[in-house]
Design a binder for this molecule. Structure first.
Ligand SMILES: Nc1ncnc2c1ncn2[C@@H]1O[C@H](COP(=O)(O)OP(=O)(O)OP(=O)(O)O)[C@@H](O)[C@H]1O
Length: 251
């Protein structure tokens, strides 16, 4: 279980998160929603180890993560995507996937592309894994295309695939559906459900309420750095405070 306990983060004296606690469980998708600036990305950064909180802690299976050390947190099995996908645009889709593998010879791109003999066998296994993941993502036909030529939505799918190449038990997603056409959002939804079915823990930041309602088992609502509601997607839609602070215009 991923557990966030009383996490507080202030930027220049302004509290982005104020004693936030939540739990995310294997095999379930936890949605994190809230208005712009409510602290969602900050919380994701704390869980990923990119920001050390001023107080509070994050633990996985009751073992605290090393706060502020994202590489070590990744090594603990936490992978993430970013609002704007971080891809090597000139490399092909399959090459980007291979860079996504943390604990392989391909971890370092130069090693991957130029290391001779010794790593060839694991490289082949890596390609098989990468192609299987691309097939799941519906991107296999683009394997040899430059990543920079993909649509925004395809790039977001690719970045999910890259994050999964290290086979992480925990996946953190920052607005995967933003700016993505409905057909690819549907592809993402199918993919996210398959990740939960594999027993992974998924933390999903998203403004697309249809996606939240469709994929999330549980939802936590942040407003101005505090949790104002938590429950099932149906509970959240019925919550008057959430409606006022966040869903007002779309409900
Ligand atoms: N590096 C930073 N330095 C200063 N203030 C920051 C920093 N990062 C975030 N903030 C502030 O912290 C608050 C929370 O921001 P955060 O990006 O976590 O919100 P969010 O809910 O993810 O918003 P959005 O939905 O727009 O992505 C905001 O007031 C923001 O301006």
């Amino acid at each position: 279980m991923l557990s966030v306990r009383d996490v507080t983060v202030a930027f220049a004296g302004v509290r982005a998160l104020d004693a936030v606690s939540l739990e995310a469980r294997p095999g379930r998708i936890l949605g994190l929603i809230g208005p712009n600036g409510s602290g969602k990305s900050t919380l994701l950064n704390v869980v990923a180890g990119a920001i050390a909180p001023d107080s509070g802690s994050v633990s996985i299976e009751a073992v605290p993560i090393p706060a502020g050390r994202p590489e070590e947190v990744a090594a603990r099995g936490v992978a993430r995507t970013f609002q704007i996908p971080r891809l090597a645009r000139r490399l092909t889709v399959i090459q980007n996937m291979m860079v996504g593998r943390r604990d392989q010879p391909g971890e370092n791109l130069l090693t991957l592309l130029f290391r001779p003999g010794a790593s060839r066998r694991s490289e082949r296994a890596l390609v098989v894994d990468a192609r299987a993941m691309l097939a799941r993502l519906g991107l296999i036909h683009l394997a040899d295309h430059a990543a920079g030529g993909l649509s925004g939505g395809q790039q977001k799918l690719l970045s999910m695939g890259m994050a999964l190449m290290s086979d992480p038990p925990v996946l953190l997603l920052d607005e995967p559906a933003a700016g993505v056409n409905p057909v690819l959002v549907e592809q993402q939804i199918v993919f996210l459900k398959s990740l939960a079915a594999e027993g992974r823990t998924v933390l999903l930041i998203e403004h697309n309420m249809e996606m939240i309602a469709d994929v999330c088992d549980d939802v936590v609502v942040l407003d101005a750095g505090t949790v104002i509601a938590r429950g099932s997607p149906v509970d959240i839609r019925r919550n008057a405070q959430v409606m006022r602070s966040y869903l007002g215009e779309t409900a």
